[in-house]
Ligand binder design. Structure first.
Ligand code: CDP
Ligand code: MG
Length: 719
């Protein structure tokens, strides 16, 4: 066996430029003798080694280890026409076996909850069953997806299975791209699109069935849809609602939908063994690269699925893998890299579903879309970076942005599950077991994570007038909803009747706290959109300047270079312009005690903001120039007019609203200057109430920017 082991150990790569580092998997050969190939490999000399001991919970997908069953279709599928092959594939799916039960349950109930392992055929098959059962005689079947890429690829697949052209009987509808026709009966769409349709078709009359898919993800839009369709169904008894989820905890959905029946589609999940490194890895993209090559040379055939956070990372890793693959030994199988993410052109998206050519291993580099939304066959090995890009709420500016965050345990288990769909599989987590233990159990519903004023704004924009009485699946507190309403009214997003104003409508389209949405929209009037975009992006990042204990003096001096005497907003603007001028040079950042990482983040956030803003037809390049920066301050005041403080004779400040004592934070460039009137970005309570990010204003500006709200108060104070 020693000899056997030797053979199975990873091939030496002398003479090749391949890995100079490696992640050494420390496997459990003793525990599972049938997996002899996973025997411990001795790290080659001088290599950086990270251990990957096996982790206990890998084979418990959803806490349920199901018995492997043999694959029926595989052996028979040879030499058949494409149509027959597709049909055979359909018939091999667990949902297909449960076809009669599923159809009968849906026909008998107004609302049905369906739970089934990812890949069991929920999304592709169930709409077809209902079509065949005649449910499209009086309307269309809508299937919502949180992700565009899933809507597209699944619609394409289903139209193939049904032998029709995409855009005929089966189509998809996503923002800026609608392939449906009057003949369309099965319509895959993003949850955002269905919300949009609700505005013009409040009873969703077109549809006979609404399938809310990927319900376990609890996106904000799906959550709002739950309440909307539930309400519609009260008036439209003929409307069928189906909620589909890939995780087992479906009671929540059932309770919400008045005890709707839950159907469990028996899964076909093979055990998956999970491995984790012994110590924290530095850079997960690099670790994914090293792990890919290592596994490729050590492991028998089976495709790889690597979870990453977004396009940039995926493109990067693809390049790196393709470069290094040229140095693989000639005898080693080839690697075929297939990326999948939202913005990938549609024709390339379908490449991931094609089987790898003989003698080739497919490496799929995917975003979270491959976690439960789409299934790709052939995967035996999952490489999980443990992170994903999610919409998150920045309490500082109320800005919602996409940030890279650790996933939940439920997600980690879903990801590992992708390796065990056709045979026992392996999951390599690029984070330690301790890190895994520290993950939250489940992903928190997005509605609980985002700014409430913007949730309320979105509900209003979706046609919900009574936001307090709305039937939330998870309800935010009453006081916080009322506060959000008051704030929206003050900002002019709501009219006197509590309905959405035109400004409010525009604000609803931006992923910002309504205060900053307003600032951004007002920047058109003040002709300073370019500057305002930068300042908002800068404000949404935590730490711009750093000040090491032993270099306080130098750091202070460095900061002075960017100082603008009108305050912090324009100082931040200077920092970003300088950073752009030097093209983000790291040495420059270090010299100036500026965090390069934060500034990169600012660039990224700014890019996202630019794309949202320009989609509203706003020219994001309009600039006030350097001589008219006052416009930027007025513009901020037009949104932050409730955050104004005036100096008192003793040098402290009183807020104009509420007459609270507040102080200038020592980090502000205005700390020593103590101007008469200031606008601040936020209050921070430590020993006192400190105002942070402060700029000088002229009190009479308040009359311009918020005449109804502030006219009298401002006049009195300056009077
Ligand atoms: O929704 P669920 O996760 O239950 O499964 P599905 O998306 O309906 O996928 C069922 C099967 O269709 C998968 O096993 C895939 O192999 C196949 N499929 C495909 O080959 N190509 C697609 N674009 C979508 C699905
Ligand atoms: Mg699905």
């Amino acid at each position: 066996t020693a000899e056997k082991l030797e053979k199975l150990t990873r091939k030496k790569l002398n003479g090749h430029a391949l890995p100079d580092r490696e992640v050494a998997f420390k496997p459990a050969a003793a525990k599972t003798p049938e997996n002899g190939s996973r025997a411990a490999t001795k790290p080659a000399q001088g290599k950086k080694v990270v251990n990957f001991p096996e982790t206990p919970q890998g084979n418990q997908i959803n806490g349920v280890a199901t018995e492997p069953t043999t694959k029926k279709a595989a052996s028979k599928a040879l030499l058949r026409s494409k149509k027959e092959e597709l049909q055979a594939q359909r018939e091999a799916l667990p949902c297909y076996e449960a076809r009669d039960n599923i159809t009968a349950a849906i026909m008998a109930n107004q609302t049905t909850i369906i739970v089934g392992e990812t890949g069991s055929g929920k999304t592709t098959q169930i709409p077809q069953f209902l079509y065949e059962a005649g449910l499209t005689k009086n309307g269309i079947i809508a299937i919502t997806q949180p992700r565009r890429v899933a809507a597209i690829s699944i619609a394409k697949r289903v139209s193939e299975e049904m032998g029709t052209r995409l855009g005929d009987k089966v189509g998809y509808s996503i923002r800026f791209d609608d392939t449906t026709a009057p003949s369309t009966k099965i319509k895959y769409m993003t949850d955002g699109m269905l919300l949009r349709e609700l505005l013009s078709d409040t009873k969703l009359e077109k549809y006979s069935v609404i399938i809310l898919d990927e319900a376990h993800e609890r996106t904000l839009r799906t959550d709002i849809l739950f309440g909307m369709v539930k309400g519609i169904q009260k008036e439209r008894k003929d409307l069928k609602i189906i909620v589909m989820s890939a995780t087992l905890n479906a009671e929540r959905f059932s309770q919400y939908f008045d005890g709707a029946e839950i159907l469990y589609v028996a899964g076909r999940q093979f055990p998956v063994r999970a491995f984790a490194p012994g110590a924290q890895l530095e850079d997960y993209v690099d670790a994914a690269l090293v792990t890919t090559f290592q596994l490729h040379q050590e492991e028998p055939k089976g495709d790889f699925l690597v979870f990453l956070t977004g396009q940039e990372e995926i493109d990067n890793l693809q390049k790196l893998i393709e470069e290094q693959a040229r140095d693989l030994p000639p005898k080693c199988p080839k690697l075929l890299v297939c990326p999948i993410y939202a913005k990938l052109p549609t024709d390339q998206q379908t490449r991931v579903f094609n089987p790898a050519p003989p003698g080739t291993r497919k490496v799929i580099l995917a975003t979270n879309v491959a976690e439960t939304s789409i299934t790709i066959s052939g995967i035996r090995y999952v490489i999980d970076t443990g992170v994903s890009k999610v919409r998150s709420f920045n309490a500082k500016t109320g800005m919602e942005s996409l940030t890279v965050q650790p996933i939940s345990k439920a997600s980690a288990q879903q990801r590992s599950g992708r390796a065990g769909r056709e045979a026992p599989g392996f999951c390599y987590r690029l984070y330690t077991q301790a890190a895994y233990e520290g993950l939250s159990e489940e992903t928190e519903p997005e509605i609980m994570r985002c700014n409430l004023a913007s949730v309320v704004l979105m509900l209003k924009a979706s046609g919900v007038d009574d936001v307090l009485g709305f039937d939330y699946m998870d309800k935010p507190s009453r006081t916080s909803i009322v506060r959000a309403l008051e704030q929206l009214y003050a900002l002019g997003a709501l009219n006197d009747e509590g309905g959405l104003s035109e400004l409010g409508q525009q604000m609803a389209e931006l992923p910002l706290d309504p205060v900053y949405s307003k600032v951004l929209l007002q920047s058109v009037k003040y002709k300073c959109t370019k500057e305002v975009l930068t300042v908002i992006a800068m404000l949404s990042v935590d730490l711009i300047f750093f000040s090491p204990n032993d270099k306080r003096e130098q750091a202070g001096q460095a900061k002075k270079r960017f100082m603008n005497y009108d305050g912090d907003h324009l100082t931040l603007l200077n920092v970003f312009s300088s950073f752009q001028t030097v093209h983000g040079d790291a040495a420059w950042c270090a010299e100036n005690f500026i965090s390069a990482r934060s500034l990169k983040q600012v660039q990224d956030i700014r890019r996202q903001l630019v794309s949202f803003t320009s989609r509203q037809g706003i020219d994001t390049t309009v600039s006030c120039g350097t001589d008219n920066l006052e416009a930027v301050l007025k513009c901020f005041l037009s949104g932050c007019f409730q955050n104004v403080a005036m100096r008192t004779p003793d040098g402290s400040y009183k807020t104009l609203v509420g007459n609270q004592a507040v102080y200038i934070h020592p980090s502000s460039v205005l700390f020593l200057k103590k101007p008469d009137a200031v606008v601040y970005n936020e209050l921070m309570h430590t020993t006192k109430q400190y105002m942070r990010n402060i700029s000088i204003i002229q009190p009479q500006w308040l009359l311009d920017v918020a005449p109804q709200y502030y006219g009298r108060a401002a006049a009195r104070t300056t009077g």
